[in-house]
Design a protein around this ligand. Structure first.
Ligand code: PGA
Length: 252
């Protein structure tokens, strides 16, 4: 950990009814936050609005899980960045590995989604990560760097100011297998050095890089202890208030 303000974000994926979402955010609103972390929850679209309304007087921020790249039009089932913002989101995930692998979001599509989010003033949590096959072929750093290069192509440091990067090895998501703290640190350091090289020293030093992939109440402390790990993007355990509360209050 460094002086960068830590971020603990919960990605609810396709879970929770509106009533369950309301119950969860109401519980989270009461949780102590001893590290003064930025806390983010990413409900699915139907619960964005209730979550925002219930969290209005709290520091907890609400993110969308994805946005479409167009502002409006004949895109059945899609939700635009403007609509997500209207529902109360101030951030959005872009490039989650489930979007990449299940829905076929390519680097080019993700690049357009980043543009749409920024156009509407949504902060971006841009997700990258390698598959097991890529890791075993020693391609992790190359893959992650390629995802950053292509996904963020064409934007200046000024436009990307405040972007959050989430490193989520695909083989660790929802599998119970977590990257070791050293594996996470190695990739986080490489991401930071890529950001420094591409956008300058101040940008590299200020950008928060989150680790995601089976973060739990039992492993968060050792992961957060690593120098270039600035936070966590949590799936499964973010659905359980007590578990997520423990993750928010990681021990330094
Ligand atoms: P997990 O999900 O914590 O359930 O592994 C993380 C994520 O997909 O963001």
């Amino acid at each position: 950990m460094t002086s960068r303000t830590p971020i603990i974000a919960g990605n609810w994926k396709m879970h929770n009814t509106i009533a369950q979402a309301a119950e969860l955010v109401t519980a989270l609103a009461k949780v102590e936050n001893k590290n003064n972390a930025e806390i983010i929850v990413a409900p699915s679209y139907p619960s964005l609005n209730i979550a925002t309304r219930l969290l209005k007087d709290t520091p907890i921020q609400v993110a969308a899980q994805d946005v479409h790249w167009e502002d409006k039009g004949a895109f059945t089932s899609a939700v635009s960045a403007g609509q997500a913002k209207d529902a109360g989101a101030t951030l959005t995930l872009i490039g989650h590995s489930e979007r990449r692998s299940v829905f076929g979001d390519t680097d080019e599509i993700l690049n357009k989604k980043v543009a749409a989010a920024l156009r509407h003033g949504l902060k971006v949590i841009f997700c990258v990560g390698e598959t097991l096959q890529e890791r075993e072929a020693n391609k992790t750093l190359e893959v992650v760097e390629g995802q950053l290069k292509n996904g963020l192509a064409g934007f200046t440091a000024e436009q990307l100011n405040g972007i959050i990067i989430a490193y989520e090895p695909v083989w660790a998501i929802g599998t119970g297998k977590t990257a070791t703290p050293d594996q996470a640190q190695e990739v986080h350091a490489a991401i930071r050095s890529y950001l420094t090289k591409t956008y300058g020293a101040a940008f590299g030093a200020a950008t928060r890089i989150l680790y995601g992939g089976s973060v739990k109440d039992t492993n968060v402390d050792e992961i957060m202890a690593k120098e270039d790990v600035d936070g966590a993007l949590v799936g499964g355990q973010s659905l359980i208030a007590e578990k997520f509360a423990r993750i928010i209050n990681f021990n330094k």
